[in-house]
Design a protein around this ligand. Sequence first.
Ligand code: FES
Length: 86
Amino acid sequence: MVQVMVEDEPIAVYHTPEGFYATSDICTHASQSLTLGKLTDCIVACPKHGGKFDVRSGEAVAMPCVMAVETYPIDIRGADIYIEFE
Ligand code: FES
C-alpha cells in the first residue's frame, strides 16, 4: 500500500489479491495514517490502536473503529491507476 496526495487529501492505495482499492488514508478513530499500518488480504490494520477496515468497502471491521473510512473508485488504464476523487 502507498499514500498519494490528491488535492491535499491523503489517499491510501492498496494492492490486494482481489485488485486495487483506494480509501482515505486517515483512520476514522483518531486520524492515524492507515498506510503506516499492515495490509492483510483486503483488511488494513491501523498502527495506532489496531482497528481494522475492509479496504473494498471502507467498513470498520475491528474495534475501536466503528465509522467507515471513505472509499474511492479506481480505474486502471494500462500501467496507470486513476482515482475518482470529488
Ligand atoms: S487511530 Fe486508528 S485505531 Fe485508533
